[in-house]
Write a protein that binds this ligand. Structure first.
Ligand code: ADP
Length: 362
């Protein structure tokens, strides 16, 4: 068990800097997920913590010890990769025992650790099987088992579920949550999938172009995205963004006129805004509501998806090039061509200034 401290961490490949000074503290026992679009630097950051990449600048501490110059094996970490590359001619037991054997661990100790890990992962019945006789999910468990037997202070997971099909990903997501609950070891997990981030993390670190955009508990990021990037990245389907003009702003609320001419009130501290400022109104698909009172917009459905448990309607709105997305309950089934009046509660809307930063929600 250990905390992890990154201070001013930079990484360049040749002349190209891809991490621009990362400061982050991860608590002992915390489950932290690095999330961000492809190429934002999340794998590089994880590999730097693992010791697979040297830092160009900054310090990395694990359990209070500076590890910049330590080899991966000496850092007290264990990493699980997307491709789990098991040895095909070894049994599950041998695959899990291999690292400890190389490290010349005592045979009884190896056996104790392999069996303990197999119990945690529910693969005790498969210990004598070869990897080819296992399903994708079972193979992934063996790869995790290889990490567990090392009894690391910190687990590092690099997109561990990307190679699995959708149904299995959901099951394994649950397994990761359970694993963390049982082991209580610090875990750092990289994914581009914001649903994995939302469901697994104690705290999410949103990365964009080599910088941290925001760090927070999942619901904190959902309810209080600091800027447009985080607002669009967290939440599925994406938040609707509607250009607007500030009519009036105070510390209590903002009144805006949208590009479609509707006047909407948003419960934010807009004291830094000026009347006439260009702003962006943000409303999540689940917060555009057919029922309710208060301000509303009117938009035309162009396409409707009925999923049974939910209905998604895609709408054109005057003056807006992109379609709006609305999430309705499954029983509600508008048709394309229908004109919908959608209410926006002041305390469910978001507002961003022209520089992309959010006005603080109240
Ligand atoms: P992510 O995991 O978020 O998709 P990466 O950490 O893999 O992103 O990559 C971040 C950036 O660093 C990308 O622009 C990528 O092309 C670059 N990069 C990663 N590894 C190398 C490397 N070994 N050499 C040169 N550039 C690299």
């Amino acid at each position: 068990m250990a905390d992890v401290q990154l201070t001013g961490v930079k990484k360049s490949f040749g002349n190209t800097e891809v991490l621009h000074g990362i400061d982050l503290h991860i608590d002992d026992g915390e489950f932290v997920v690095f999330v961000g679009p492809s190429g934002c630097g999340k794998s590089t950051l994880l590999r730097a913590i693992a010791g697979l990449e040297d830092l160009s600048a900054g310090t990395l501490e694990i359990g209070g010890r500076v590890v910049n110059d330590l080899s991966p094996a000496d850092r007290g970490i264990a990493m699980v990769f997307q491709s789990y590359a098991l040895y095909p001619n070894m049994s599950v037991y041998e695959n899990m025992a291999f690292g400890l054997k190389i490290a010349k661990a005592d045979k009884a100790e190896i056996d104790r650790r392999v069996r303990a890990a197999a119990t945690v992962l529910n693969i005790t019945d498969y210990l004598e099987r070869k990897p080819k006789a296992l399903s994708g999910g079972q193979r992934q468990r063996v790869a995790i088992g290889r990490a567990i037997v090392r009894e690391p202070q910190v687990f590092l997971f690099d997109e561990p579920l990307s190679n699995l099909d959708a149904a299995l990903r959901v099951r394994m997501r649950y397994e990761f949550a359970r694993l963390h609950e049982e082991l209580k070891t610090t875990m750092i997990y990289v994914t581009h999938d914001q649903i994995e981030a939302m469901t697994l993390a104690d705290r999410i670190v949103v990365l964009h172009a080599g910088r941290i955009e925001q760090v927070g508990a999942p619901m904190d990021l959902y309810e209080h995205p600091r800027n447009l990037f985080v607002a669009e990245f967290i939440g599925s389907p994406k938040m609707n963004l509607i250009p607007a003009e500030l009519v009036e702003g105070s510390a209590r609320q903002a009144t805006v006129r949208t590009v479609g001419g509707d006047v909407i009130t948003v419960a934010v501290d807009a004291s830094r805004g000026r009347a006439g400022d260009q702003v962006t109104l943000g409303v999540r698909p689940e917060h555009l509501r057919l029922d309710g009172s208060g301000a509303s917009i009117t938009a035309d459905a162009t396409f409707v998806e009925t999923l049974g448990n939910a209905t998604f309607a895609y709408l054109t709105y005057a003056g807006l090039a992109e379609t709006l997305t609305v999430q309705l309950s499954g029983e509600v089934r508008p048709r394309s061509g229908d004109r919908l009046t959608l209410h926006i509660a002041a305390d469910q809307a978001h507002l961003f200034s022209a520089d992309g930063n959010a006005f603080p929600r109240r």
